[in-house]
Design a protein around this ligand. Structure first.
Ligand SMILES: [Zn+2]
Length: 436
């Protein structure tokens, strides 16, 4: 197809582009993070004027300390993961792993087992290297700010269950895609894309009904008054009110949340128990109205279609790269001569692509913030703006979100508008929202 019109990949040029993008993204990330820390520390001493009446100073300072602690941890983790990425790619790590797995599996068990073993070995090594970071995050940072509610036993239990679920779901789809890559000819990527989309839709149905219940308890909303209130709201907004659940999020963390998930018969509204314990009825209603706003404005559909389109482009790009020896050589991998290289291509692609995709973060953050403003405006129309504002402020405080982020950092990363802007728009009333 189009691959024949494109010039062959020059390994040297691709290595250089990758190294440049990686260095540049590191510089940007370090710069943004240090701006954020500086800004938050500078404003630690005083609650911003517009929140002086509603947010106590100690909550403001806890949020500042939490933001700084997370940022510092994030920078250390970034340094580690970048070094690891270099080790896997330019320094020959993936090539070494491939040689080892190939020798151990290919002649005895065949091509598919070799390729699945390579993927599995990569995932397992990555998870083990990531483990100390996750433990530190949960049992040191989250713990010291009073957010963590997990015990070691629960952590191990979750990890084992997660590994089994990951293998049960991940191995078949990986095998299918590898099989298509090997047998479906030059247009394999179209078939693989179609399978990948089907797989995603399947997960959308299975996640709320089968997967999430493995990790949490979901009980029908017991509070009759709240249930009536929520059902009224859903009826007003034209939603079939079914599947209202409470999830025991408090078992793991005190961070609160609510979500609207699934589609068709698997559609349901899930409230974290931590959310219900903090918000009153009208506030819960306002938060749900915001979530319904995302549906009414077709944000959910838009996001799904964007994901479909981007993954089509991604598979097309992979379809071209996987057939080019320059793609492998650029990352210090000697492609196999006798065996398929599809698992290698998948792994390289998944490691390299995010480095380039990082530079599009501000664009996706911007689009996401626009959606949030729209959903807020919708919520103000179908519930009370003042309730939404007080609910958001409570959640913000419970999650120790900073009220004084660095403006550039927020523009770059924030998927939700900073609290000042968001509450400002909500409290300014419907006229002001019509223009956002
Ligand atoms: Zn939202």
């Amino acid at each position: 197809m189009f691959a024949s019109y494109l010039p062959p990949v020059q390994p040297g040029a691709l290595s250089l582009a990758f190294a440049t993008a990686l260095l540049l993204s590191l510089a940007v990330k370090f710069w943004l993070s240090s701006r954020q820390v500086r800004h938050v520390v500078q404003h630690r001493g005083q609650v911003p004027a517009s929140f002086a009446a509603t947010v106590p100073l100690d909550a403001h300072q806890k949020a500042a300390d939490y933001t700084v602690a997370r940022s510092r941890f994030g920078l250390l983790n970034l340094a580690f993961s970048s070094a690891l990425l270099l080790a896997w790619t330019l320094l020959g790590g993936l090539d070494a792993l491939n040689t080892w797995v190939y020798d151990a599996t290919y002649y005895r068990f065949g091509a598919m087992t070799y390729q699945l073993s390579l993927l599995l070995a990569f995932v397992v090594i990555g998870a083990l290297l990531d483990l100390p970071w996750e433990l530190y995050d949960t049992f040191r940072i989250e713990q010291s700010f009073g957010f963590n509610r997990m015990t070691w036993k629960m952590y191990v239990n979750d990890a084992l269950k997660g590994a089994v679920v990951g293998a049960v779901i991940g191995l078949p789809i990986a095998a299918l895609i590898l099989w298509l890559m090997g047998t479906a000819g030059a247009n394999w990527w179209l078939w693989a894309w179609a399978s990948w989309m089907g797989f995603n839709l399947l997960i959308l149905v299975l996640y709320p009904t089968v997967i999430a219940p493995l990790f949490n308890k979901f009980e029908p909303l017991p509070d009759e008054a709240l249930k009536n209130r929520v059902e009224d709201l859903m009826a007003r907004c034209g939603f079939a009110a079914k599947g209202l659940y409470v999830m025991d999020g408090s078992r793991r963390s005190s961070h609160g949340n609510a979500y609207f998930t699934g589609f068709g018969p698997a559609k349901r509204v899930v409230f974290f128990d931590t959310l219900l314990s903090r918000l009153n009825g009208p506030e819960v209603e306002a938060v749900l109205a915001h979530e319904l706003g995302h549906f009414k404005h077709k944000h959910v559909l838009k996001r799904m279609l964007t994901m479909f389109a981007l993954s089509l482009a991604g598979f097309a790009l992979l379809g071209w790269l996987a057939s080019q020896s320059g793609f492998y050589l650029a990352f210090a991998v000697q492609p196999n001569l006798a065996a398929p290289n599809d698992a290698l291509a998948l792994l390289l692609f998944m490691m390299v692509l995010p480095v380039f995709a990082f530079f599009f973060t501000p664009l996706s953050s911007l689009m996401s913030r626009r959606d949030e403003f729209q959903a807020d405006a919708y919520a103000c129309k179908h519930a009370r703006g003042a309730d939404l504002a007080s609910a958001l402020l409570k959640l913000h405080e419970d999650n120790a979100g900073t009220l004084t982020p660095d403006p550039v950092f927020a523009r770059f990363y924030y998927s939700h508008p900073p609290a000042t802007e968001r509450l400002g728009a909500i409290l300014a009333g419907p006229q002001a929202q019509a223009t956002t």
